[in-house]
Ligand binder design. Structure first.
Ligand SMILES: [Zn+2]
Length: 386
């Protein structure tokens, strides 16, 4: 549908496109209710104006465009699209950025997934999401029967050019992808999946389509997505095979990155998924581990922002985020605890709501058995005391 509209942008089609946009927003609002998205999100009523910058890179006989769409100076939202045929993801990211502000970097490559160019009369083909390491470039050129050392040098320089366009912020880089039914899915990372050894943990939700999933380098982003019940895999940044993808590049540098993979032609799903990863919390202390929590009792999330977590008067952790998830009728979020502090199945987290203000405490219940607690699979049930 979207492809159709882009190819025939006459007047009536434009109206249809506007209607489509309108329904997309409506469906997003519905999505909030259904999927338990944030109740408060970044300025959804504002609309930012677009500043578009286009640069070209000469690769042999080709000029590949790198387009930067800047909706405002919001440094916290940065998106990238390297496969120019993944139309749904590009359109949806623009819809999101128009509302939230932020930057999208996009390759312009004749609406094709693979980049083709000629060097001294010889034709080369490679996948732009395999160009972020030499190993990846060589493997990709060989896959398309077009390896030469000269081509590797050229592609490496092109990759550096693209990386140079990504704003230097600590924002999680959000990469947008579309796949087709069946070929690549969250099942690729489950116990029997092709890429299981690239993954540290995988969460598969029974009600989600397996083609709609996230891949991230960042355990805080992983836990946040898991909290919302979306399919997600956490890349094993040390063990993942160096395929030259941007996720491996970011993982090796211990930088926050997330792939948003949706099936082609499902803009509503992609919109909701994108809103989930926007404004993910950041660790306060790098030596702390991140945990998910839930609060079943009706507590206003505003009451306990930015709290320290104490263990007998000693600060051992921080509350990082709190969202009211309407779909679950719960407050969910992330907290971090000093990794020198042993967390087990008999570790309880209390939230005390006193008139003087909220306070959080960790206590250990000696009457319960002490078993291990897997922070990538389990969730603290916070005990509220007034
Ligand atoms: Zn892609």
């Amino acid at each position: 549908m979207l492809l159709h509209l882009l190819i025939f942008p006459d007047y009536s089609q434009r109206i249809m496109y506007m209607l489509k946009t309108f329904f997309l927003l409506i469906s997003f609002t519905v999505g909030i209710v259904c999927f338990g998205q944030q109740k408060v999100f970044t300025k959804v009523t504002a609309t930012y104006r677009l500043k578009q910058t286009e640069t070209y890179y000469r690769l042999g006989d080709r000029k590949i465009g790198v387009v930067t769409y800047k909706y405002n100076k919001n440094p916290n939202i940065v998106m990238i699209n390297v496969h120019d045929d993944e139309i749904t993801s590009i359109e949806v990211s623009k819809q999101v950025l128009r509302k939230t502000g932020g930057t999208l970097i996009k390759l312009k490559n004749d609406s094709s997934r693979l980049v083709r160019f000629k060097l001294d009369g010889v034709a080369y083909t490679f996948d732009p999401n395999r160009m972020f390491s030499e190993t990846g470039i060589i493997a990709s050129l060989r896959k398309y029967n077009s390896y030469s050392p000269e081509a590797v040098v050229k592609i490496k320089a092109f990759a550096q050019f693209v990386l140079g366009k990504i704003p230097k912020t600590s924002a999680t880089l959000i990469a947008l992808h579309n796949n087709h039914i069946g070929d690549y899915s969250i099942n690729s990372y489950d116990n029997k999946g092709e890429f299981v050894s690239d993954s540290r943990a995988t969460y598969i939700d029974s009600i989600r389509g397996t083609d709609d999933f996230f891949l991230t380098t960042d355990d805080i982003v992983y836990n946040k997505i898991r909290g919302y019940g979306y399919n997600v895999t956490l890349q094993n940044n040390f063990a993942a095979v160096d395929d030259g993808s941007l996720s491996v590049y970011y993982g090796k540098r211990n930088r926050s990155y997330v792939n948003v993979e949706t099936e082609h032609g499902k803009p509503e799903v992609q919109f909701n998924m994108l809103m989930t990863v926007i404004n993910s919390p950041k660790r306060i202390n790098l030596n702390y581990n991140v945990y998910n929590y839930e609060i079943g009792d009706s507590v206003e999330e505003k009451k306990f922002k930015n709290l320290k977590i104490y263990f007998s008067n000693k600060p051992v952790g921080n509350l990082l985020s709190a969202y009211y998830a309407q779909g679950y009728r719960k407050v969910i979020g992330q907290l971090e605890i000093d990794n020198n502090f042993g967390v087990f199945s008999n570790t309880d987290v209390f939230l005390f709501l006193k008139n003087s203000g909220a306070q959080m405490e960790i206590r250990i219940d000696p009457t319960r058995e002490r078993k291990s607690f897997d922070r990538l699979k389990e969730t603290f049930q916070i005990i509220v005391r007034n």
